[in-house]
Design a protein around this ligand. Structure first.
Ligand SMILES: Cc1cc2nc3c(=O)[nH]c(=O)nc-3n(C[C@H](O)[C@H](O)[C@H](O)COP(=O)(O)OP(=O)(O)OC[C@H]3O[C@@H](n4cnc5c(N)ncnc54)[C@H](O)[C@@H]3O)c2cc1C
Length: 414
């Protein structure tokens, strides 16, 4: 059945949904105010995280809370106004992070993560983007033996339960694969079946190009509203109105803004993040792997535009002005970890992870409106989960049996 469909938002999620719906024989238009993949899906760390079967929980232990409260740590920062405006979703996120509730979230999250690399694969092949991808995994570095041992125990459990492949590297083994690291590092977990992308924005653009080459239409326009019209929908944009039988909202951190006039009130909040690129170091050692300085909370990535440093979470309003203290502190720490060169950009990039309080995205039909579908709130792993979301939403929209149980992802839970 061919039904005209409009997808709103051309980040990794919207592009992947559009790609899948087109492949299913629909006539698809994809609308974004910018070219595809220039917002959150551009600036991330570029890891297709097959290992991320456990979503980020809110810290509960006193030691972590005491470290975070002074608001000068590298991994988490907060802006008081941001905490106030997101107080309710943050509180339920905190509650959902208690072990009893969290234990129920993990299997659902793991079920969708298990489709991640598998669903990127055909999109990479169709778009000829193989050159952007590395399949040698990434390194999670540790500074204390006890933390490394604890993480390794978890890695073994996740191998057994969810097929996450990894190996433990002591310092000597680590030096063999990644020379030049600070002597403070004692070892690493090497995640083996996760993939890395040397330019996440380019990958999204390749997927979008493949969509257009296969007959999909991309329209660059500001979205101004969404109105139900008879049996279908009218999408109002800065470049005129577009009608379709069905509409998918995949606007990442901006999704709730589009849905508020239709009386939806999703507890969507953001964890912002920053990045900066640096020149290669003037020493022999090259950065061979994506590295996470796990006990400090930032990543270094050998990207196309230089060594990219990405920060942890900043709890702030989506549109609050940037604050670079977290990045500056991570940069200082990063230079001690691996001596990279000078900054290559004038200003850091800023983006926002679209988050929901139970750590899972919303994927599925709108509860109050026929022909309206949702795909947003992918938090820390949207780059990983875009293609899996596209596949699953396509199956739901065509009334097929889905590859995994979609109940945990449905909008009705809010
Ligand atoms: C620092 C950082 C590191 C990260 N690292 C990783 C990682 O390694 N792996 C991973 O899986 N995930 C990672 N993430 C998370 C990931 O980047 C996001 O979850 C993902 O990009 C969200 O994709 P999206 O398509 O939902 O949103 P977006 O990419 O933000 O797309 C939404 C689109 O909607 C458009 N839009 C919004 N409003 C309008 C409007 N009114 N009119 C027209 N267009 C509009 C925007 O222009 C945008 O293109 C990271 C995030 C950050 C911030």
């Amino acid at each position: 059945m061919s039904r005209e469909t409009i997808v709103l938002g051309a980040g990794i999620v919207g592009v992947s949904v559009a790609w899948h719906l087109l492949k299913r024989g629909r006539k698809v238009r994809l609308i974004d105010r910018r070219a595809p993949g220039l917002e959150t899906s551009y600036g991330n760390a570029g890891i297709i995280q097959r290992e991320a079967v456990e979503p980020y929980a809110f810290p509960h232990d006193l030691k972590t809370l005491l470290r975070v409260i002074p608001n000068n740590s590298i991994d988490i920062r907060y802006r008081p106004m941001g905490m106030v405006s997101a107080a309710s979703p943050l509180l339920s996120y905190y509650v959902n992070s208690f072990p009893g509730r969290y234990k129920k979230i993990v299997p659902a999250y793991a079920s969708i993560i298990s489709l991640s690399t598998q669903e990127h694969e055909p999109m990479i092949a169709a778009s000829g983007a193989e050159a952007l991808i590395q399949k040698k995994g990434w390194l999670e570095l540790y500074r204390t033996e006890s933390e490394l041992a604890e993480r390794w125990e978890k890695a073994l459990e996740n191998k057994r339960l969810y097929g996450v492949e990894s190996r433990l590297l002591n310092r000597q083994q680590l030096d063999e694969v990644q020379p030049g690291l600070s002597s403070d590092i004692c070892g690493a977990v090497h995640w083996l079946n996760s993939w890395t992308v040397e330019s996440p924005g380019d990958l999204v653009q390749s997927y979008a190009k493949a969509f257009e080459q296969a007959g999909g239409e991309f329209i660059e326009a500001e979205l101004q509203g969404l109105v139900q019209q008879g049996e279908g929908w009218r999408v109002k944009t800065s470049k005129g109105d577009h009608d379709a039988a069905e509409v998918v909202v995949a606007l990442g951190p901006w999704s709730q803004q589009m849905l508020a006039p239709l009386n939806y009130n999703f507890p969507l909040f953001v964890k912002r993040g920053y990045h900066m690129h640096y020149a290669q170091p003037n020493v022999k050692a090259r950065l061979n792997y994506w590295l996470m300085d796990a006990e400090k909370g930032y990543l270094l990535e050998p990207m196309k535009n230089g060594i990219r440093l990405t920060t942890g979470a900043e709890l702030a309003d989506l549109n609050a002005p940037p604050s670079y203290g977290q990045l500056e502190k991570a940069e200082k720490q990063g230079r001690k970890l691996f001596p990279f060169g000078e900054r290559v950009e004038a200003e850091p990039w800023k983006g926002a992870r679209p988050c929901l309080p139970d750590m899972k995205p919303v994927i599925g039909p709108a509860p109050k409106h026929k022909g309206l579908w949702f795909a947003f709130g992918h938090g820390h792993q949207g780059f990983t989960l875009g293609p899996a979301t596209g596949r699953l939403l396509g199956e739901m929209m065509d009334g097929e049996t889905t590859a995994i149980d979609m109940k945990p992802f449905r909008a009705e839970r809010f």
